[in-house]
Each structure stands twice: as structure tokens, then as C-alpha cells.
Design a protein around this ligand. Structure first.
Ligand SMILES: [Zn+2]
Ligand SMILES: [Zn+2]
Length: 169
């Protein structure tokens, strides 16, 4: 992967395949001990980071904003664009959805799960879960998923696959 210069005091975080911007930003902030506001200030983006972590893409991030973020996180603008919904796809802000089978393979929140059109995981033919099947707590925004478990009962996200129903007839 092409990489761009990053400030020497920052840890670089490699994006995962399919990862949503919210999840990536959460990992980058955690690695560098940054709050959303601090990262927003560093990139000259103000409150945009906090909005994007909640999937509020209205108005969508501009090319200039993504370029500013790219410089700080050391990830190409085009790669950041892949963490966003395509322009013609509507987003479902809530509830946050999850496929445990995907998470077990690659520990991240996938952007496609929040598409308005998403009904299940196409790869595993499983319905997505929108709350913890053990305790009923809603999943937090992916930027806060760093531990990979339910914030209330600590059920590991990769274990929730046991509760997922098939989408096959
Ligand atoms: Zn899946
Ligand atoms: Zn739980």
C-alpha cells in the first residue's frame, strides 16, 4: 500500500478491509491517545470527526476534508473514501449492526452493515445483530469498539455468531 508521510510522533494504524471510517478513527485515536476534538483540531476539521464517528455524513466529507485527514492519519484519500458509503447509498445511523462471523475473521465494523439497503451479511448469509444477544444492550458507535466486546456484559463480538440466524430460506 502507498503510504504518505505522517508526523513522527504519531502511530500509524493500517486500515482493515471493509472497515468503516468510525471504527478506523476509533483505532487511530486509541493508538495515539487522542479525543475526537483533539484529532479534529490537528486536522483542522473541528467537530467533523465526532460527527463522522456517528456516521453523520450530511453533508458528506468534502475532498478537501478527506485530504486534511489523510495527512494526519497517513492513509491515502482514496482509501479513506472506501470507508465511506458510496454517494448513492443511504446510511442507517442507528442501530449499529454487527456480523460476529465477520468480526471473528477481521475485528472491525464494516461500513456496509450501516447501508440502508443492508439486510444481512452477504458473505456468511447471516442476519446482522443490532443489539447484544446476551444482555440486550445496543452496540455503541464503532469508534468505541476498541475492546471488541459488549460494553455492558463483556460478551465478545466474535462469539455472537452463535445467535445469528441465517438469511437463507
Ligand atoms: Zn459476516
Ligand atoms: Zn451484552
Amino acid at each position: 500500500m502507498e503510504s504518505i508521510e505522517i508526523q513522527p510522533w504519531l502511530f500509524r494504524v493500517e486500515p482493515l478491509e471493509g472497515e468503516s471510517l468510525s471504527h478506523f478513527l476509533g483505532r487511530f485515536r486509541q493508538a495515539n491517545e487522542l479525543t475526537p476534538n483533539r484529532l479534529g483540531k490537528m486536522a483542522g476539521l473541528g467537530g467533523a470527526i465526532a460527527r463522522w464517528e456517528k456516521f453523520r455524513f450530511n453533508p458528506p466529507p468534502s475532498p478537501q476534508q478527506l485530504e486534511a485527514l489523510a495527512v494526519v492519519v497517513g492513509v491515502e484519500t482514496e482509501r479513506l473514501q472506501e470507508m465511506l458509503p458510496p454517494p448513492d447509498v443511504g446510511m442507517k445511523l442507528e442501530p449499529i449492526r454487527l456480523c460476529g462471523a465477520c468480526y471473528a475473521q477481521s475485528p472491525c465494523h464494516r461500513i456496509e452493515w450501516q447501508f440502508k439497503t443492508a439486510t444481512g451479511c452477504d458473505r456468511h448469509k447471516l442476519r446482522l445483530l443490532s443489539e447484544c444477544p446476551n444482555c440486550g444492550a445496543r452496540f455503541k458507535i464503532p469508534a468505541l469498539w476498541v475492546d471488541g466486546w459488549c460494553s455492558r456484559c463483556f460478551l465478545s463480538f466474535k462469539d455472537i455468531v452463535k445467535w445469528q440466524k441465517t438469511t437463507l430460506p
